[in-house]
Design a protein. Structure first.
Length: 326
């Protein structure tokens, strides 16, 4: 299979593009129109050259696209200007059309529209090299008799461990799409403590990623608990537990507290025309032993202090009562 190689510039890209992903639908034999917006971020004029490529699953369950040459498929159906000139700080809309052949089978077709400051070069092996490129993914659904088909293959913690000493804990699931078009599994990972109360609700697909046909994609979501916050928190950066320092670990475990057995339920919904559901569950145990040790020792010390104080107080009461009787 021929693969396209894309080289990135060393400096920041001078042109930006939006949106980065277009999701379109069409009927066999139909011509549809769409567009992307190009923005020149520099103080000089830029000439941008366009090219279109198909993409398919990369094969490593990452969801990253694997771009392939434009022999047929969606990339061959796209029509747009070969080049476009942008003045300094200029914004321009680049229109394009997609001409779907009449004999196209229903299903998902995927490509990308790239712009580059240099014309695309085809190597002798058929691969294409683009430099300083930006692109927008195009996900096209050709209507027809299509049945969504998918399932959860696996769900658990990233390190596949039942025992955990502290948060955060990363969960993963592998979703298989057996259909002919992309699916986007959406839902929640619900963490419940051993009393059955919800401790955390985690978005299962926070970036809204798709699973391409006949492929498997791995998704990850991380649980970071804070006191009294069981709702969906918009957390983009997760703290790293300290590697050294006993009291630092105690402080960390107290701040991001979790203790005991938790049942974790994954609930997903997917489907383009008909809604389907899938679910899976796992169980974990969180034991913050640094905090537990300090708490236990502190409770023992407090117990003996209270016991000693109560005994002294009782002796003082008895002694005072004896004096009164005399």
């Amino acid at each position: 299979m021929l693969i396209v190689f894309i080289t990135l510039p060393q400096n920041a890209q001078a042109t930006t593009l939006s949106p980065v992903r277009l999701e379109l639908t069409a009927n066999p034999g139909e011509t549809i129109q769409s567009s992307i917006k190009l923005i020149n971020e520099t103080q000089s004029s830029e000439v941008l050259y366009t090219t279109t490529l198909n993409f398919e699953p990369k094969g490593d369950e990452s969801g990253e696209p694997n771009f392939v040459p434009t022999k047929d498929g969606l990339a061959a159906w796209v029509r747009t200007d070969y080049s476009v000139t942008l003045g300094p700080k200029e914004q321009k809309v680049l229109p394009f059309t997609i001409q779907v052949p009449a004999d196209t089978e229903p299903g998902g077709y995927f490509g990308a529209l790239f712009t580059s400051t240099t014309p695309p070069k085809e190597n002798t092996d058929g691969s294409v090299m683009l430099t300083e490129r930006v692109g927008s993914l195009i996900l096209l659904r050709v209507n027809g008799e299509l049945a969504d088909s998918g399932d959860i293959l696996e769900f658990g913690t990233k390190n596949k461990s039942f025992w955990h000493t502290t948060l955060p804990i990363t969960f993963y699931y592998r979703f298989q799409n057996s259909g002919l078009d992309r699916v986007r599994p959406l839902g929640d990972i619900i963490v419940k403590n051993w009393f059955g109360r919800t401790s955390k609700i985690i978005p299962a697909n926070p970036e809204g990623g798709n699973v391409l046909p006949k492929s498997i994609r791995r998704f990850e979501s991380t649980w970071l608990n804070r006191w009294g916050k069981a709702n969906k928190e918009d957390i983009t950066q997760f703290p790293t537990p300290p590697e050294h320092g006993f009291w630092k670990k105690v402080s960390y475990e107290a701040k991001y507290f979790a203790w005991g057995r938790y049942k974790v339920q994954l609930n997903l919904a997917y489907g383009f025309t008909e809604l389907h559901s899938a679910s899976s569950s796992t169980t974990i145990f969180v034991f913050p032993w640094h905090l537990t040790l300090v708490s236990t020792v502190g409770a023992i010390i407090l117990f003996f202090i209270l016991r000693f104080g109560i005994r002294r107080y009782n002796r003082w009461i008895i002694k005072k009562a004896v004096k009164k009787t005399k």
